[in-house]
Design a protein. Sequence first.
Length: 116
Amino acid sequence: MSDNPTIFGKILRGEIPCTKVYEDDTVLAFKDINPHAKVHVVLIPKTHITWLRNATPAQQQTLGQLLLAAPKVAEAAGILKSGYRVIINDGPDSHGEVPHLHLHILGGQDLGTKIA
Ligand code: AMP
């Protein structure tokens, strides 16, 4: 974790604050500072994976933990029943900015039928 220079690494190390929504041994979820929906939470693994494309079979467990945490985060954010959308940005067309794998969990409103 100490060699993770990204903003999310800094959040994990407590070097910059976040508004925590959910945490367990393997993941941390916090409110996005620039929300794209009424509820917008960022969910990250505590171990550093840069981008989805760089994930390896050895990181399968972490990837599974991340996905399994999503409904727990939604519940903690009060949007499990109403529903939510999960997004991962990967690669130039996605405009992903932070090279620490993360799920965007969006909800709290009708998100429409189009994905983006
Ligand atoms: P992406 O563009 O997929 O890499 O998403 C990065 C997300 O992190 C953006 O939605 C940002 O608004 C969010 N973000 C950046 N810095 C912070 C921060 N300090 N606390 C919470 N969210 C952040």
